[in-house]
Design a protein around this ligand. Structure first.
Ligand SMILES: [Zn+2]
Length: 58
């Protein structure tokens, strides 16, 4: 029972970190290779200005 308690205490801060990572994603331009971090997919590449080339990288 003591082990279970310890595990619960360790897992909660980890879960919070994972959530933060999930909210942010990296998008990469297929044309020029520029990357942009954001919560949602950018319509336009911030570097070359091309539309529809931003693809989620990870
Ligand atoms: Zn680009």
């Amino acid at each position: 029972m003591v082990v279970n308690r310890l595990r619960a205490g360790v897992s909660s801060p980890y879960k919070q970190k994972e959530k933060e990572v999930l909210e942010m994603a990296v998008f990469k331009c297929e044309k020029c290779g520029a990357t942009k971090e954001g919560r949602c997919k950018p319509k336009k590449c911030p570097s070359c200005g091309e539309t529809g080339t931003m693809k989620k990288e990870s």
